[in-house]
Design a protein around this ligand. Sequence first.
Ligand code: SGN
Ligand code: CA
Length: 507
Amino acid sequence: MKRTSLSIISLTTLVAQAQQRPNIVYIMSDDHTAQMLSAYGNSPIQTPNMDRIAQEGVIFHRSFVANSLSGPSRACMLTGKHSHKNGFTNNEHGIFDGSQQTLPKLMRQAGYQTALIGKWHLVSEPTGFDYYDILVGQGEYYNPTFIHQDGTRTREVGYCTNVITDKAIDWIEHRDQDKPFILFVHHKACHRDWLPEMKYLREFENTEFSLPTNFWDKWENRVAAQQQEMTIASPHDMDIIYDTKMYLPGDSSRLSSSYVSLVDRLDEKRKKEYWTFYDSLSCDFKRRHLSDKKLVEYKFQRYMRDYAKVTKSLDDNVGRLMEYLRRAGLLDNTLLVYTSDQGFYMGEHGWFDKRFMYEESLNTPLLMRLPKGLKRRGVVNEMVQNIDYAPTFLDLAGVPIPQDIQGESLVPLLREEQGPKKWRDAIYYHFYEFPAEHMVKRHYGIRTDRYKLIHFYNDIDTWELYDLQSDPQEMHNIFGQEGTEKITRQLLKRLHKLEKQYDVPSM
Ligand code: SGN
Ligand code: CA
């Protein structure tokens, strides 16, 4: 009798303790970059809902990925390990080994409910989740198809960003209330080819976006940059139909049939509305007979406008989920994270896409609204990386961090109003997907507070060095220049130390 009442008490205590452990809602978009998030200061568009997370919590100004590409970045986040350790180095040939240790598995073992909704992109079946509902591959913007846990597929009705949020809210509503939870909400937005929600078709059409000052970069002294295929000006790289939607029936290009089939997913009424709008823009475009710089600038405006439209729906939905958590009384005991799988070029160096270790794509937005008990607020300037998320979430949940996790828990950064005196002084980066779409050479490197040293390898062997203080746009490769010998030696030494620390295989 006594034993029974004791175990009831301890069970009640356990449930109470479990309820106190913070929930984690991890929202990750795709290809959303800090230049298009107003809390970062220089965005040409407003993202008020994302900004609210920053206002009520923290905004990381030096938040980096370990490998600037979707699948690899997701694998780093899920394992807390660099690509060479988790095995998923590139999208083209990767299949994530789901039998390895992952964040959701560890959280589940510790009594958390684990769920994943949206883009997965790791090819193998998700493991470690109590529940999942994922997009097929890259996913579709209009009436997207989802793969459910039982293997069946449903073509849902609606705009992808809204559908994912609806599903996330629905899962929270029906969860087991006796357990804390970690929910991964992975959006397709703002990935190529930037198809807008119908209500925002006409949004930003009167906005003239400014060209970045280095838009016409000629990539002097940077061989890998000269040989990439992600330039807005190039008709091959940025397709006038697929990417900028300048299309009339009968037109064709390398990617036109993909474009038409993605729009075709709309129902008849919306399809008509879509084509009426873009047809009129396409007619106007044809009448102008643009060429040379004028044509390139036109492509840039179209790219920026569509990206901005897609981002607006994303921001709305971040707000919708946050307000739901607030109304449900969950927000104050939840770590709410907003991030992206990497950054993106919005015309800097003349580019779209990512991959390079240059700032725009190495950096990824990172905002957190902290659960009670964590006092840090405002701008965080310490260097963090996406391999840090797994240990952070484990730490917060009171789960011991396995030795082989390579990231650092961010909890010590977040606990007090001031960050700790000592923090990491360098990060390691490695990109492997070459030869492949956009043709960015394989490279690895080190970024410290002030400098960046990169080695491009495989079919080339070139080094680049940047002083981010005097050259934040990374236009002047100073590698090999007189006066840089000492810093180059120091950076190489620090890089080798990182390679040793992370057990990087020698090449
Ligand atoms: C697709 C895109 C590329 C993009 C990769 C990787 N082409 O292949 O532009 O770089 O995804 O993106 S598309 O014609 O299919 O749109 S990632 O974010 O998933 O890594
Ligand atoms: Ca991506």
